[in-house]
Structures are given as C-alpha cells and as structure tokens.
Design a protein around this ligand. Structure first.
Ligand code: SF4
Ligand code: SF4
Length: 336
C-alpha cells in the first residue's frame, strides 16, 4: 500500500556545494512545483498518505510556493519531513514550520566559516547557525518540540576531521535528533580519492572515534544505519541491503514524473497523464518491484543502488559516478 511520497518541490538550489551532483549534472528540467499543480495532482492522494518527504535531490525552500503547499499538507494527518541547507529559512517560514513540521534536517559540511565556504561554496555558515538558534527559540516560545532537528554532513576522507566540531555544534544548539553522517559519492575527478572506499580502514576508524565521542557527550549519532563492517555483511549478497521501499513509497519530480524510488534513473509514469494511484498500481511499477531484491533479475538501478540507507559503501558502481554521463532522475552531465 502506498504510504509515503517523496516530493521534490523544486529542481533548483541556491548553493552549488563542491561535492554535490548539482555541480556536475543538470536536472532534466529546472523548475518548481506551483501550488495549483500540487493541489490538482497530489492533494487528492493526501488522505491515504502517512508520511511525506518534501525533498530528495534539491533545495525545497527554492520553491516559491513552498509555504502555500506546506500549509495545505498540514491540513492532513501526515508525518512531514524535509532536509534543507537552512539558508532560505525566513522568519515567516520558521513561524509556519514550528509546531507543524515533524522533522527537519539541516545539511552542513564544514563547521567553521572557512571550512563551510570551502565545501558548501558560499559564506553562509553564520546565517545557518543564526537560523538554528531562531528555530530552537521559536520552539521554546510556542512550547512545542516540533520540528525535531537533525544535522546532516557529508563524510569524505578530508572532512572526517570535522566530525568532532559537528558533534559540538549539535550539542551546543541542542539538536534533538543528533548528527547524521552520509558518505561521499564522487561525481568529479577531485573527489574520487576522498570516498570511503578509497581508504576504508581510516574511514571506519574515524567514524567509530566520532561515534564514541558522540556517546560521551550524549549526542545521537547516525552513520548510514550501521557500521562499515555491518554494511559489508548486509550488502554482500545482493550488492545492496534488502530493500522494501517500492512497496510503500514513490518519488515525484516537479515536472510530474514519478519514479519508483529516490535513486531511480527512469520514470514509471507522469502525473500529467495518470493519477498517483494509477501509477502505483501500474505494470511498470509491478515489474520494477520484481527486480529489487532478485539476484537473477535485478533492475539496473538496484544493481548500482546509491541510496544512502541501502547502498554498499565499498562498491564502486554505487559510489563512483566520476565517469558517468547520467545520474538519477534523468540528470545529464553538464557540457554534454
Ligand atoms: S545544498 Fe544540497 S542540493 Fe544544494 S548544492 Fe548543496 S548538497 Fe546540493
Ligand atoms: S535502487 Fe536501491 S533504493 Fe531503489 S529500489 Fe533499488 S535497492 Fe531500493
């Protein structure tokens, strides 16, 4: 049963982080979803949905109709979540989110002004810190614990040294859901040697040291669901962990394309010509499901699964897109 939708409200971002796919690939179409489009095509399905994730590959607050869309969603009993770089959080947005949004992740890589600029490509570290404080202050004022906050950071061999500063920042701003660490996927030559698989022993050691430090200061620490040893064990058979996502969720792009999961290459339908229910029950979706966990007939997307919770950390095809012309959701390499 369809319980969760992942919706990219925009295929834009106000940043160009040095490591991000957006610095190397261009989306199929650069656009944002309008309130009218959302209301016509997605609202009719909201009464059946339990969870809504308002981002996948881009910056949701770059959507100019973010607020009217969010206000429509909160009329329904749905758990809501999104991740943002936190720069475009205005006072009005914070006021609407606090008490209404369930979970909010802020992505930061580089935990000083200089380190942030180096990796995130802009001088915004202090703005993001100010917005974290505004969010926490507003929660106190409104006597609510929502949204529960989490910081997410990209670990590459040269940012592992920043993990202690990341944990200190989480502690300082009292970020309830702690620190999430994701591992770098390489999209360009400069990043190839910085992936976990380039030096798995060092990576494992530094992650475990950060986990110990986190425990010692009482900060929650989440690294892709498990340790590197467990990841190797859990992805050994299929090349990815057992995955049940296409049995309860689908991913939507602002042009109406619907994908069977957040790292799929090809759409299984488009909301301009079919309803969400029709796409969910379509032959294309059923045929994709058959190839998710089947060693004999695995989908090409699942063979190189790059989803942060399911991927193998040591497999080249799941992490190294340096020489690839295409990336997920029909993105093409720039200049090609
Ligand atoms: S903020 Fe996120 S989506 Fe935007 S460029 Fe950075 S990593 Fe990419
Ligand atoms: S690509 Fe990965 S996340 Fe997507 S359905 Fe396949 S195994 Fe699951």
């Amino acid at each position: 049963m369809l319980k969760q939708l992942d919706i990219d409200l925009s295929s834009k971002c106000n940043l160009r982080c040095s490591f991000c796919h957006l610095s190397f690939f261009k989306p199929k179409k650069s656009l944002s979803m309008t309130y009218e489009y959302f209301h016509k095509n997605i609202t009719p399905s909201l009464h059946n949905i339990e969870k809504l994730t308002l981002f996948s590959k881009y910056e949701p607050l770059a959507c100019k109709d973010f607020l009217p869309i969010f206000k429509e969603i909160i009329q329904y009993d749905i758990e809501t979540y999104f991740s943002t770089n936190g720069i475009l959080l205005t006072d009005e947005t914070i006021d609407v989110l606090v008490g209404n949004l369930d979970y909010l992740t802020i992505s930061i890589t580089g935990f000083t002004v200089d380190r942030y600029s180096k990796y995130m490509g802009g001088n915004h570290f202090e703005t993001v810190c100010k917005n974290l404080k505004k969010l926490q202050d507003k929660k106190i004022l409104k006597k609510t614990n929502l949204p529960k906050l989490r910081i997410s950071t990209v670990a590459m061999l040269d940012t592992l040294e920043d993990l202690k500063a990341a944990i200190d920042l989480v502690d300082f701003y009292d970020i309830e859901e702690g620190l999430q660490v994701t591992s770098l996927k390489s999209f360009g030559d400069d990043f190839k040697g910085r992936m976990a698989l380039s030096n798995i022993e060092i990576f494992d050691k530094k992650i475990e040291e950060a986990r110990e430090y986190s425990d010692s200061v009482g900060v929650k620490f989440y690294f892709q669901g498990d340790s590197i040893g467990e990841n190797i064990e859990n992805t050994y058979k299929m090349g990815h962990k057992h995955c049940s996502m296409p049995w309860y969720r689908m991913s939507i792009q602002p042009n109406g394309d619907v994908y069977p999961c957040p790292v799929a290459s090809n759409p299984i339908g488009n909301m301009n010509t079919e309803s969400i229910d029709e796409i969910w029950n379509s032959n294309s979706m059923n045929s994709f499901r058959k190839g998710v966990n089947s060693i004999e007939e695995m989908n090409s997307d699942c063979l190189k699964c790059s989803h942060c919770r399911h991927k193998s950390l040591t497999s080249k095809v799941a992490n190294d897109f340096t020489d690839k012309g295409q990336y997920v959701f029909g993105m093409n390499r720039k200049g090609k």
